[in-house]
Design a protein around this ligand. Structure first.
Ligand code: HEM
Length: 332
């Protein structure tokens, strides 16, 4: 390439970037269903309210389902598809992801009001927002217009979703792979301000943690012994405990306050504050401190990061389909 061509292509880059950004931003819109399904938001709100009234934990389960949807093939409802080769059977979801029946109930209610119009992926994004709001967290306008994917990706769910034993660098790179930055990592990890986790997901911190230490030194000693009783060696790995002790169902910044005193339940939570050799750890540590002391900064950043996460690779226009039943493709 000549110098001139190379200079021209560089000078065009901001323009190309701007067009790309405008294109990405305009793919989803908050008024997408205003005429085609005007009652959508109130139908979803009412059904999420009913589900949470029956079981408070459902708010957490719906929020997590949206996250697991978006990180694999983009927010396309792929996590909702049934089938042993689907995402439901991937390691992070098996015996773990929940809320599928609630999605069915919401979808049925939406279909009876506006049939064949609203995607399962959009319903999940709205249900996640409502779950946060009804747990005492922030609200935001959900960009809409996603269509449902035609394939599930079990391998993607196994490899692209962050694991509780991942290092900070690995977590950051899994977020970066879907266009999310370090601020998003810290803000969104606070999804763990609500909900439960199974012994199997943190018991590695309790016994034989390393050659020198029986348990993880970055886990509070009293909490360690409580958890050792709950999750003994060879015990039931499906037993659960709160991700955010003493503020289990409330969407607040208590999650970050826990991290300051070594009370993060998962290793992937505590590593945001206690760090490892990662060069990113000073950044995540100072974000944890800011969010622990400034709840409004946290709530604003969380809402912004949710909008970013909800905008990962949506299918729009004529791509994908509007599933009639969130569990199966229309063609099956
Ligand atoms: C940073 C990387 C993350 C890791 C390693 C991680 C890992 C986990 C694990 C291991 C559990 C417990 C699962 C079980 O018991 O089977 C869990 C639960 C949960 N996660 Fe995450 N997660 C991460 C990020 C997120 C994000 C970004 C959100 C949402 C914004 C989220 C929301 C939740 C919620 C609400 C629960 C509780 C679900 C329930 O009670 O049903 N997590 N997570």
């Amino acid at each position: 390439m000549s110098r001139g061509t190379s200079f021209r292509s560089w000078s065009l880059r901001p323009v190309v970037l701007l067009i790309w950004l405008v294109g990405v931003k305009s793919q989803l819109t908050t008024d997408f269903y205003n005429t085609s399904c005007p009652g959508l938001l109130s139908i979803v709100r009412k059904e999420v309210q009913n589900a949470i009234k029956a079981e408070m934990r459902m708010a957490a389960s719906l929020l997590r389902l949206h996250f697991h949807d978006c990180f694999v093939n983009g927010c396309d409802g792929s996590v909702l598809l049934d089938g042993s080769d689907g995402e439901k059977f991937a390691f992070p979801n098996l015996n773990s992801a929940r809320g599928f029946d609630v999605l069915d109930t919401i979808k049925t209610a939406v279909e009876s009001s506006c049939s064949g119009v609203v995607s399962c992926a959009d319903i999940l994004a709205i249900a996640a927002r409502d779950s946060v709001l009804l747990s005492g967290g922030p609200t935001w306008k959900v960009p809409l217009g996603r269509r449902d994917g035609l394939v599930a990706n079990q391998t993607g769910a196994n490899t692209r979703l962050p694991a509780p034993v991942d290092s900070l660098d690995t977590i950051i790179s899994k977020f970066a792979a879907v266009g999310l930055n370090v601020t998003d990592v810290v803000a969104l990890s606070s999804g763990h301000t609500i909900g439960l986790a199974r012994c199997a997901t943190f018991s590695n911190r309790l016994f034989n943690f390393s050659v020198n230490s029986g348990s993880d030194p970055s886990l509070d000693a009293t909490m360690t012994s409580d958890l050792q009783s709950l999750c003994p060696v060879n015990g039931d790995g499906n037993k659960t405990t709160a991700l955010d002790r003493n503020s289990t169902d409330l969407f607040d910044n208590h999650y970050f306050k826990n991290l300051l005193v070594n009370k993060g339940l998962l290793s992937s939570d505590q590593v945001l504050y206690s760090g490892d050799s990662s060069t990113a750890s000073p950044t995540t540590k100072s974000l944890v401190e800011s969010y622990a002391s400034n709840i409004s900064l946290f709530l604003t950043n969380f809402a912004n990061s949710m909008i970013k996460m909800g905008s990962i690779s949506p299918l729009t226009g004529s791509k994908g389909e509007i599933r009639k039943n969130c569990r199966v493709l229309n063609s099956s």
